[in-house]
Every structure is written in C-alpha cells, then in structure tokens.
Design a protein around this ligand. Sequence first.
Ligand SMILES: NC(=O)c1ccc[n+]([C@@H]2O[C@H](COP(=O)([O-])OP(=O)(O)OC[C@H]3O[C@@H](n4cnc5c(N)ncnc54)[C@H](O)[C@@H]3O)[C@@H](O)[C@H]2O)c1
Length: 354
Amino acid sequence: MKQLKCAVIGLGMGHNHLLSYQNNSRAELVGAADLDEKKLDRAEVAAPGIRTFTDYAEMLRETQPDVVSIALPNSLHLPVAVACMEAGADVLCEKPMSTDLAGALEMQSEAERLGRTIYMNLSQRFNPFHRAARKLVGSGVLGEVYHGYTSWTRRDGMPGFGGWFGQKALSGGGPLIDLGVHRIDIALWLMGNPKPVTVSGVTHHHRGIPLARKQGKVFDVEDFASGLVRFENGASLLFEISWAGFQEAHERQALRLVGTEGGLEAEPGANGWELVLSHDVGNVPMASRMSAPKGNAPYSCEELVDSILDGTDFPATARDGIRMQIILDALYTSAESGHEIDVKSFAPAAFALL
Ligand SMILES: NC(=O)c1ccc[n+]([C@@H]2O[C@H](COP(=O)([O-])OP(=O)(O)OC[C@H]3O[C@@H](n4cnc5c(N)ncnc54)[C@H](O)[C@@H]3O)[C@@H](O)[C@H]2O)c1
C-alpha cells in the first residue's frame, strides 16, 4: 500500500497532527521538529522510532516528506511553508494562514511558483457536527440564509502573558485571529462562502494590556472584538469574540443562521453540541432539537492523507485561508480607523481571487 510521507513542525497543537499521522496506516510519519526538546521527547514516546529535530530545515533535508503540518506561531507560517515547499513538500497550515493578508497572498503565490499545494487546518470544518449542520443547510430547509451571528466569548481566558499569542508581531492579533477565525469560518462555510463586500470591526483593550503591564509582560493585542460583515448576496454576519469580557459563563460559543424558510442555532449543550431547527409547518411554529454525542472527531490530517493519495478535494484550501485573512485585515483596519472598509478597494487583488 502506498503511504504518504508526513512530518510535523511545531509540537503544541502539532502533537495532535503527529498522533493522527502515527495512527494512520496510509501515512508514514517520517519526522517532527520543535525547538523544545521536551516536546520532542513526548513525540518520541508517542511515536517510537520517529526522527526528531530541533532544526526544521535539517528535518526537511533528512526526511524528504511529501506533506508537512505546520503548527507554529502565526508569524512563522509563511517562511516555514516556503521552506517546506522549496523542499518539495505540500503543506497543511494551521489557521490562520498568516499574520496578515500580504503573508497569505505571498504563501499562495510561492505555492504556485513551486507547483505545490497549501491545505488549511480550518479544523472546525472537519467536526462531524458541523458537517451535519452543513448538510441540513444544504438541504434548503432554511431557504435563503440572509443573516448569521456567531460568538466565542471567554470571561477570563487570556493566554499566558509573555508568549507569542499576545504579541501582534508574532500572532497578528488577539482573540479575533485566534478564536474568531474558527467561528467566522464556520459561519461563512455554512452560509455558502458569500463574497464579503464591506467590513466593520471594533476591538477593545480594557483587560489584557493593563493586567500584562502589572506583570511587566509584553501584550499588545485586543482582548475583545466585535464586527459586522456584509456580503455580495445581501447577507450579513455579526460576531463577538473575546479572551476576556464579563459574563456568567467561563466560556460560551454560539451560532445562529436566519433564512427565509427557517433558522438554525448551534451551541454546546450538556451532552455535546446541539442544533435547533426552527421553521413553520403550515401555520404552526416548530422547533426540533438534535444533539451530537460528545467524543473525538476524526482529525483533519486523516482526511488530508486520503485526499492526497486518492486525488479527492480537501475541504479547506488556500483560497479559504485568504478569504479569512481579507476579512481579518479589513476588521483590524476598520477598528483602527473607526470606519467601515470597502473590501474591493481595500484588497482588489485578493478580492478578485474569491
Ligand atoms: N486548529 C486548531 O484548533 C488550533 C488549536 C490551537 C492552535 N492552533 C494553531 O496552531 C499554531 C500553533 O499554536 P499552538 O497553540 O500549538 O502554539 P504553541 O506555542 O503551544 O506551540 C508552538 C510550538 O512551535 C515551536 N516552535 C516555535 N518556533 C519554532 C521553530 N523556529 N522551529 C521549530 N519549532 C518552533 C514551539 O517550541 C512550540 O512547541 C497556531 O497557528 C495556532 O493558531 C490551531
């Protein structure tokens, strides 16, 4: 049986990629790289016999992988993706594609120059629950979806101060580019990926910066963001994302789609994620609640291996990464300027790719 030679760079989140390749009979896990030797030790325990490296360039030379998972601080996605592609590998890039739109576009143009493919780990698209929601929306039961609302809000969920997540040069931003990517992507995906035409964003910095300053730590990103995106088809998406913001629950996620024939709400319930479908049957308003049991979803890497070996489509592409990055850049620019951003004139080349 043909096996795909897979490797992983960055072993925080990347450890899950490693486990997925290790447990896949169609994948040969050829190497893993991280600067942190403890993470390499953990990889060796999880995947006995794996070759580990502190220098990813050496790993690429020594192991010649077909595909590499990149799970590094966001500012390293671009240079490391280019190095992997120059070494002849395709790339599964963790979200977000880069710290900004320029980085995402450069990554894609390097992929074209080198004849390689970037796949995106927009991981919530691989969750069976979201797949079920997409099937439901695709069945037409909501009619035309004209509005979406999504949120992921934490009361006190700031990453540890001093790390890369809180430094704009390394991360690109705060919870918007961290948690917001997931929620906005899923909403867009369920709405059929309409083209964004205007974007209005607000970011707040009331909690993180003063707390970090007290500890003498660098932290220069927002801790709360909200915004509105309008789409070419007339639809709208409203969102709220936070690492810190007073609310009763420690953490809350929600999604709501409103269509001409019905509505869909999705949120975590006591026994797993739940979908609530509202529509009229005759003149009677009806609501049906469906729940998906808790449990581990099959990992995106599993689907990636099958896609590459079988030549089938992978459901999260560079174009999806670029679409998200246009929205993020426009939201941050809107927040800084205090004005709504017209996407077509803000990023004409990227807009044309959508
Ligand atoms: N899809 C998801 O659900 C999900 C979840 C968490 C994180 N992520 C993404 O994964 C990426 C990594 O996030 P994380 O939470 O694992 O961060 P992390 O800080 O826990 O892990 C990053 C790892 O990269 C290593 N590293 C840094 N520079 C390196 C270099 N030059 N060479 C080799 N290794 C290096 C660090 O030692 C660290 O182990 C980010 O882009 C993040 O947005 C995605």
